[in-house]
Design a protein around this ligand. Structure first.
Ligand code: HOZ
Length: 433
């Protein structure tokens, strides 16, 4: 596969942009190659500037549930753009999308739009602190909640990919307020709470982790978190930036039947445009300015183009719940196809999947938390990633990210993916001989 133009652009980009990219993981650094510069996308496909065509399993890191360049989402954006692109003033569409989200996700009684998942999570913990009058938060080793200072402690995603789970620049005093427990291990949560009696404002969790690769919660884990938070008057925050409207119409909270106090949402509710939101119980949300004293603001919050794209996508998902059955079926087909390939090649690698999110880990042991995810051989992942790319499959370029399936991934594309997986696993085997 030719990558002359991409390589040229990357060389030039490195002069002006740190690492040549505007978000670290997309540099392909940890998978031993250079990024493809994307020219356009449609349905399940991406085309790069060298004319290569890929079946895309990143889907802009989650939001492309209906595939790229969905006609009615594009139409909604274009129509809105004719009326102006930003006002810094309220619009009717903001009310409509807020109403729709509260209808689709009943635990969200009120919400505030922001511009990214990072803004959503940093605002949510500020709100939890304002509401409880306590300072400390509990997060989970390997979970990633964006790049605000409070979360860059034992963080997943790019931070784990590049071996910088604790970023320099985060002050000691900020870090001291973030306590890390082990995902799927309720004893680790209880221990922290016992050691810090009456100091914990919130527990924030990815209910299905996407940022150490895909890791599902063990039965009972989220239930136990809910019970502890209720008993100890701690705010339970579900970070559903990846899982909201993806693993079901109501997100992971519906799938597992747990009601968090606050939920953070991200890119998905913008249908691919930059958006985030935090919301939850009215009693807590009432503290947000100008209703209450918890300050948070943003000129571009509720941007009309983003609201138009988001409203259109959520309306489609709300009206067509069968989409989730379809996504489950096609994603299951991928899981089973990959597992079949493992058998044929006598391999015991692990594939974790929840709905249309999945990750292949290069380890023979169950992956249930950050430590077991770290057991995965990232060198093998790199070989696999490069082979898949050569075979026209565009995967997240890190072992610590989830792949996403869209409604545009048809049977034919899935068969192609399974065949490419077979060839790429053979390349992994060959390299280890
Ligand atoms: N860390 C992001 C996903 N978990 C990557 C986003 C990007 O590079 O665009």
């Amino acid at each position: 596969m030719k990558s002359t133009k991409s390589n040229k652009l990357f060389l030039k980009a490195k002069k002006f942009i740190p690492g040549g990219v505007n978000s670290p993981v997309r540099a392909f650094k940890s998978v031993g190659t250079t990024p493809r510069f994307i020219e356009h996308a449609k349905g399940a496909y991406l085309w790069d500037v060298d004319g290569n065509k890929y079946i895309d399993y990143i889907g802009s890191w989650g939001p492309m549930i209906l595939g790229h360049s969905h006609p009615s989402i594009l139409k909604a954006i274009n129509k809105k753009a004719k009326h102006g692109t930003s006002f810094g003033a309220p619009t009717e569409l903001e009310v409509k999308i807020a109403e729709l989200i509260t209808k689709m996700v009943p635990s969200i009684e009120m919400l505030r739009m922001v511009n990214s998942g990072t803004e959503a999570t940093m605002s949510a913990i500020r709100l939890a602190r304002a509401y409880t009058g306590k300072d400390k938060i509990i997060k989970f080793d390997g979970c990633y909640h964006g790049h605000a200072d409070s979360f860059l402690i034992k963080a997943g995603s790019g931070a784990a990919t590049f071996g910088t789970p604790d970023s320099p620049g985060v002050t000691k005093s900020t870090a001291a307020d973030t306590l890390n427990a082990t995902f799927n291990n309720i004893d680790s949560v209880n221990k922290i709470i016992n050691d810090h009696k009456f100091e914990i404002a919130a527990i924030i969790v990815e209910p299905v982790v996407g940022n150490m690769g895909c890791i599902p919660p063990k039965p009972g884990f989220l239930e136990a978190l809910r019970a502890i938070c209720t008993k100890q008057k701690i705010i339970l925050i579900f970070d559903e930036v990846m899982t909201g409207f993806r693993v079901s119409a109501e997100g992971a909270q519906e799938l597992y039947g747990i009601k968090p106090d606050l939920t953070t949402l991200g890119k998905i509710i913008g249908g691919g445009l930059p958006v985030g939101a935090y919301g939850g119980r009215r009693e807590i949300m009432k503290l947000v300015a100008p209703n209450g004293p918890m300050y948070q603001a943003g000129t571009l919050s509720g941007n009309p183009l983003a609201m138009a794209a988001g409203f259109e996508m959520l309306s489609i998902l709300n009206k067509n719940k069968s989409i989730y059955k379809h996504l489950e079926q096609s994603s299951k087909q991928i899981e089973e196809g990959f597992k079949d390939n493992f058998k044929k090649l006598n391999l015991n690698f692990v594939i974790n999947r929840v709905g249309s999110m999945f990750t292949l880990f290069f380890t023979n042991n169950e992956v249930t938390d950050a430590d077991s995810a770290r057991m995965s051989d990232t060198n093998l992942f790199g070989i696999y990633f490069r082979a898949m790319l050569e075979n026209g499959i565009y995967l997240p370029p890190s072992q610590y990210e989830a792949a996403f399936v869209s409604t545009e991934h048809t049977e034919i594309l899935i068969d192609k993916t399974i065949r490419a997986n077979f060839k790429s696993l053979k390349a992994v085997l060959h390299a280890t001989k």
